[in-house]
Design a protein around this ligand. Sequence first.
Ligand SMILES: Nc1ncnc2c1ncn2[C@@H]1O[C@H](COP(=O)(O)OP(=O)(O)O)[C@@H](O)[C@H]1O
Ligand SMILES: [Mg+2]
Length: 368
Amino acid sequence: MNSLAHSLDSSGALIDLNHVQKSYDGKTLIIKDLNLSIAQGEFLTLLGASGSGKTTTLMMLAGFETPTRGEIRMMGKPIQNVPAHRRGMGMVFQNYALFPHMTVAENLAYPLKMRGLNRIEVQSKVKRAIEMVQLHDMQQRRPTELSGGQQQRVALARAMVFEPQVILMDEPLGALDKNLREHMQYEIKQLHRRLGVTVVYVTHDQGEALTMSDRVAVFHQGDIAQIGDPVSLYEHPENAYVATFIGENNVLRGSLVARHGHEVEIALDAGFEARGMGVTMPIGASKKVELLIRPENIRLSPINQNSYQATLADRVYLGDHLRIHLKLDNDDTLIVKTANDEAIKGLNNGQRIGFSWRPEDARVFAQG
Ligand SMILES: Nc1ncnc2c1ncn2[C@@H]1O[C@H](COP(=O)(O)OP(=O)(O)O)[C@@H](O)[C@H]1O
Ligand SMILES: [Mg+2]
C-alpha cells in the first residue's frame, strides 16, 4: 500500500511540526511550542496523561483543527490550507465511528466512493482491505452484529482502504478488554510492518506505547517532555516526569552534597547518604534534588557496612515476582521488586533489613 512515490523534504521527514501552538479560547495555550519531525514509515506514539494535548495534536495533523501559531509541513509543503480529506491521512478513533446502517463491505466502500473511484476499483480495494484484517466471513454483517474487536478491525480497514500515506489513531483500543487489546496491538503492529505506512498513534497506556512504537513522544502539559525509542526512554529518562511516567520509580528527596563527574552524592531526607547519576543536572542547579530508583534495581541484603537500612513493612506475592515494602526512617516507603524471597526468608515484618543499589541505576534530577 506504500506504493506511492513519496518525496521527502530536506530534513528527511515526511511531516514536520514547527513551533506549533494551539489555543482554543485565545488565552490558554493547550499546545505550547511543538517541534516534531515524523519520518516516513515510522510508528510514532504520542503518550501522555489525559489532557496533555495528544488529541489536539492529532486533530491538527488530520486537518480538523488549525494551529494558532506555527506551521505543519508534509513533504516540505505547508498543509494548513489543505482540507482534511485531501491530506491522504486515514483516521481511527476509540469509538470506531462505523456507519450502523451499512454492512462491513459498504462501510469500507464509503471512503472510496467519496473519493470518486469507479465500481471496479472500489470492489478490488474493498476486497484487499477485508483480506488485510481477515474479515472475509463478515462482509455482509452490520456493525451491531460484530464483536468489539471485529468492529475495530473494520475501522482499521476503513482507515486504510484508500491507501493513505499516514494513519492517525486516537486511543483505538481503549474500549477493548485486556486480551483483545493485546491481540489488536499485535495486529496493528503486523499491519504497520507489512504495509510500511506511517502511523501516528495516541495512547495514555505506557505499556502499549513501549511495545508498539519505533519512537514515543511523551506529552506533558502541552509540551514534549522527551522523545525517543522505547529503550532510551526507559533506560535514560531525561527528567523526573518521564522517569516516573514510563515504568515505575521510587522518588527520594534530598540535597546535593558533592559531584564526582556524572556521579553525585546526595543526603537523602530519609537520613542516609547515597549515590546516583546526575547526568542532566546543570552545574550550579538547585541543591534540592530527587533521586529516582526503579524497584527492580534495589538489592536486598543482610545489614552490612555497604548497605542502607530500613524496616521491612510488607510483602506482596504477585506470581512471577514479589513486591516488598520497606519503611525508611522518615516514614517514606520504598518499593522493591524481586524474583524470589531469598533475602527476606526468616524475617518478620517490623525487622530491620539492608538494601543497596548501584549508583549507575539511580538518576538524580533537580527538584521540579
Ligand atoms: N474543542 C476544544 N475546545 C476547548 N478546549 C479543548 C477542546 N479540545 C480539547 N480541549 C482542552 O485541551 C486540553 C488538551 O486536550 P486533548 O488534546 O484532548 O488532550 P488528550 O488527548 O491528551 O487527553 C484539555 O485541557 C482539554 O480540555
Ligand atoms: Mg485524547
